[in-house]
Design a protein around this ligand. Structure first.
Ligand SMILES: [Zn+2]
Length: 298
């Protein structure tokens, strides 16, 4: 009989919640409580428009008052226009207040515009903006990495915090992975590589593998409203790069997706049913994400 994957002990490093400029399934505390009740040990809140460290701290304070179950919400920062773009000062402030993941630009990146035709939103997640939008964000100037992104990588290195590629385009991801390897940076995350941005094929990923490079595979990328990839390609990609370089997250919180912890469970269970071992799946949802954010593995 097929095993069932439990999310007890798991971490979800990519969770969207309200308040947000996009419609969300539930607020921070509701999503965190549901994850804790399902047995997760922690999650990282991600907003495309603000640092979530304060929100994570408020959730932890509320949860500690309720219940001593071991669960921690962590904050992150995403470098879109609302925070001044690829802005080392925003990163430093977030790191000093406890952010565990720094995301390079997502909805305001040049890579996002190249795929979806405009910044700020995309096909299944709309928002209207009236403020003047600066030019789309890129980490390359004449094919070289900008001083800003190099400064951000070294801030992450100093703080032992993960740096994730967000919605950078392929060429940017390749350039950043090369620089991270030169710098011996140990926590580079290639965000949903099979999503339409950056849009890698599974067979293109092995050349990016190096010590300290991790590939994040999300439930949302293959959810019915998104369908940027398939379970089969996700498993093929994980096998191609080696399971120790991968982890799973939900990227959940959209109104048309299940609660994030359930999205994580679905993805983990589908990977198992498509041939990954239970031990491998546990590494993908527990050991590797815990290590990336410096949480104590269970
Ligand atoms: Zn996301």
């Amino acid at each position: 009989m097929m095993d069932r994957v439990s999310v007890v002990g798991a971490y979800d490093l990519h969770v969207h919640s309200a308040p947000c400029v996009y419609p969300r399934l539930a607020d921070d505390l509701t999503i965190a409580e549901a994850a804790r009740d399902a047995g997760l040990r922690g999650l990282v809140f991600k907003s495309h428009h603000e640092a979530t460290v304060g929100r994570a701290a408020a959730v932890n304070a509320a949860l500690t008052r309720q219940n001593p179950a071991p669960f921690t919400a962590y904050g992150s920062v995403t470098l879109n226009h609302a925070l001044g773009g690829i802005n080392p000062a925003a990163v430093e402030a977030a790191l000093k207040t406890g952010a565990r993941v720094v995301w390079l630009p997502t909805v305001d990146s040049q890579g996002h515009v190249d795929v979806f035709g405009h910044s700020g939103s995309w096909d299944v997640q709309g928002a209207e903006f009236h403020a003047q939008r600066p030019a789309p964000l890129t980490i390359l100037a004449q094919d070289a990495l900008t001083p800003q992104v190099k400064a951000i990588l070294s801030l992450c290195q100093e703080h032992d915090v993960a740096l994730a590629t967000g919605h950078l385009g392929k060429a940017e991801v390749v350039a950043l992975a090369r620089f991270a390897r030169q710098q011996r940076f140990e926590r580079l995350v290639i965000t949903h590589p099979l999503f339409r941005v950056p849009g890698f094929q599974p067979e293109e990923l092995p050349e990016l593998v190096a010590s300290g490079v991790f590939f994040e595979f999300t439930y949302c990328a293959l959810a019915p409203m998104w369908r940027h990839t398939t379970v089969e390609d996700t498993v093929t990609a994980i096998r191609a790069i080696g399971v120790e370089h991968a982890y799973l997250s939900s990227d959940g919180g959209q109104t048309h997706n299940p609660m994030p912890h359930e999205g994580l469970r679905l993805l983990a269970q589908m990977c198992l049913e498509k041939g990954l071992s239970l031990a491998n799946v546990r590494m993908l949802i527990e050991d590797t994400p815990a290590r990336l954010i410096g949480a104590q593995p269970n």
